[in-house]
Ligand binder design. Structure first.
Ligand code: TXA
Ligand code: MG
Length: 340
């Protein structure tokens, strides 16, 4: 299949292009599109065959459920059987935005979307192209990140193409996404609510709206347990990973580790946290410096990892940011990327 790439101005997306993408979705096809977090791979969430083709294109295990995207909170009843007070308050505060809520599902949602589970994950994205596409298609759109399973999520159209060119019908290219890491996933079907995937919206922000929640830090579920839907595939140990082996190092220990790798003739990339300043970095090392505030760091992380991954290195070394709540989502992604 030929993947049609359509460049779009996010500030004023072309109506005809959106109508074409909506037509593809309504016909059961696959359209990759930008959200404020990462690019998503969309299909009609109410069409089992269309949703199944997402799994084929990505090579995604069938026990890994999809997030259903809606244009607005009022449409939740199309896919969810219950809309608790806590969901309403969270939606008022954080939608449209990078928060995914897990709710009891309605029978209208095909099993393939929820991996046969009784719940459905929903989110209302804020990106203007995602919004315009949802409105043009007038459908709930199931969309995981637009990458092959276990690989890095895409924050630019070129990342989507590197992974899925020829496997999807269309790609809407509206430039780099602003958020950079995947949405926060919160399960509201348990008491207290459970944070399944840390993300751009921090647990303290959620707790300020609905009270305390639980989070099993970095809990992992063995990927081979395919008999049940995973509580959250974000819990698979290896996820969001570049092909090049990635290693996390605590700040202060990097130069020693770099010297050791360079001595072994390893070609190394180093993702430093804040400016390494006057310290002397071996000239063989490809250095990339990420900002020291969590939001800007997250916005650039995947693009830097994609770039280093394409550079034919033996190893990517990443300085781990501080072990604090602000950095939880970033550290979570780095720990998973480092798992090989
Ligand atoms: O930011 C995002 O969430 C992006 C954009 C495209 O919206 N999407 C994304 O989808 O990251 P994906 O498939 O790569 O990750 C989906 C996450 C998984 O970690 C999975 O645990 C969770 O959503 N999920 C989906 N349905 C679920 C359900 N019914 N119960 C629990 N977790 C669910
Ligand atoms: Mg993903």
């Amino acid at each position: 299949m030929k993947t049609v790439v359509i460049p779009l101005d996010p500030a004023a997306p072309d109506k005809q292009a959106l109508a074409e993408a909506a037509r593809v979705l309504r016909g059961g096809g696959l359209v990759a599109f930008p959200t404020e977090t990462v690019y998503g791979l969309g299909a009609n969430a109410l069409n089992a065959a269309a949703a199944a083709s997402i799994f084929t294109a990505k090579g995604r295990p069938a026990n890994n459920p999809l997030i259903v995207h809606l244009a607005e909170a009022d449409q939740v009843h199309q896919v969810a059987a219950d809309w608790p007070e806590s969901a309403m308050r969270l939606a008022q505060r954080f939608w449209p935005g990078p928060l995914t809520l897990v709710l009891p599902k309605r029978d209208t949602v095909p099993d393939v979307v929820t991996a046969k589970g009784p719940t459905v994950a929903v989110r209302v994205p804020a990106h203007p192209v995602a919004q315009a596409l949802l409105r043009a298609a007038a459908l709930p759109i199931a969309a995981p990140s637009a990458n092959r399973s276990t690989e890095l999520s895409p924050t630019r159209a070129e990342h989507v193409l590197r992974s899925l060119d020829g496997r999807i019908d269309m790609l809407l290219d509206a430039g780099p996404t602003s958020g950079g890491i995947e949405s926060t996933v919160l399960d509201l079907t348990t008491t207290p609510p459970r944070l399944l995937r840390p993300g751009p919206i921090r647990s303290a922000e959620l707790e300020a709206v609905i009270g305390s929640l639980v989070h099993d830090r970095f809990r992992t579920v063995a990927a081979q347990h395919h008999s049940q839907p995973l509580p959250s595939p974000g819990m698979m140990p290896r996820h969001y990973a570049p092909r090049t082996p990635l290693e996390g190092v605590e700040a202060g220990k990097e130069l020693e580790r770099l010297a050791c790798l360079v001595r072994k003739k390893c070609r190394v990339g180093w993702v430093a946290f804040a400016d390494p300043g006057e310290r002397i970095v071996p000239s063989e090392v490809r250095l990339r410096v990420l900002p020291s505030d969590p939001a800007s760091y997250a916005a650039q992380l995947y693009a830097v990892l994609h770039e280093l991954d394409a550079a034919g290195l033996d190893r990517i070394l990443v300085t781990l940011p501080p072990d604090t709540d602000d950095w939880l989502a970033v550290r979570d992604r780095l720990c998973r990327a480092a798992h090989s």
